[in-house]
Write a protein that binds this ligand. Structure first.
Ligand code: FE2
Ligand code: FE2
Length: 177
């Protein structure tokens, strides 16, 4: 495998697209959860704190999209609705299911960011430094969710597996379109 002009550019284009789609999706999941839960319960307050960090992640990738001329995913309107629906449905089941959703999503996002960091190596410090920082925060979200009763959710193994599968499909899709 030899490097060709344009290779790295093409790789980071796809990375930025999928990351922006994912962070956008994360903000929509939390918006759906908070729409159902309100902002007053302890679980809702934890979710609101995580949602603020997701807004920061999303703002960074929005900026990357603009500065580097990356085409955003054409599925943005879909992730808008699907993310909100996933958040609203899990929150309607209950606070434990809402936390199970976060634990499942962040487990996949952690792996996704870890893969990207390996792929990037030292080629794009601006991108990899941000990804490393966000990855650490996603792990905090996962741990917060697990400490807040995620695993007590009814049908946790099935719920978790379904959401993780959904994340993997979303990641594979957003890389291309
Ligand atoms: Fe995030
Ligand atoms: Fe997160």
């Amino acid at each position: 495998m030899s490097w060709k002009p344009g290779d790295r550019r093409r790789d980071t284009t796809s990375m930025i697209r999928v990351d922006q789609a994912g962070e956008f999706g994360a903000t929509r999941i939390y918006a759906g959860q908070l729409a159902v839960m309100g902002h007053r319960t302890p679980a809702a307050r934890k979710i609101a704190g995580m949602a603020l960090q997701e807004e920061r992640h999303r703002a960074f990738f929005d900026r990357m999209i603009a500065e580097r001329g990356v085409r955003p995913t054409v599925l943005q309107p879909f992730w808008d609705v699907a993310g909100f629906a996933l958040g609203a449905v899990t929150a309607a089941i209950g606070p434990d299911a809402a936390m199970a959703c976060t634990a499942a999503v962040e487990t996949e996002i952690d792996k996704h960011y870890a893969d990207q960091l390996v792929e990037l190596g030292g080629d794009d410090p601006e991108l990899s430094e941000a990804i490393a920082e966000f990855q650490a925060e996603e792990l905090e979200h996962r741990d917060t969710a697990l400490a807040s009763g995620a695993e007590n959710a009814f049908g946790y193994p099935v719920l978790s597996a379904a959401i993780r599968l959904g994340c993997r499909v979303a990641i594979a899709t957003a890389k291309r379109i």
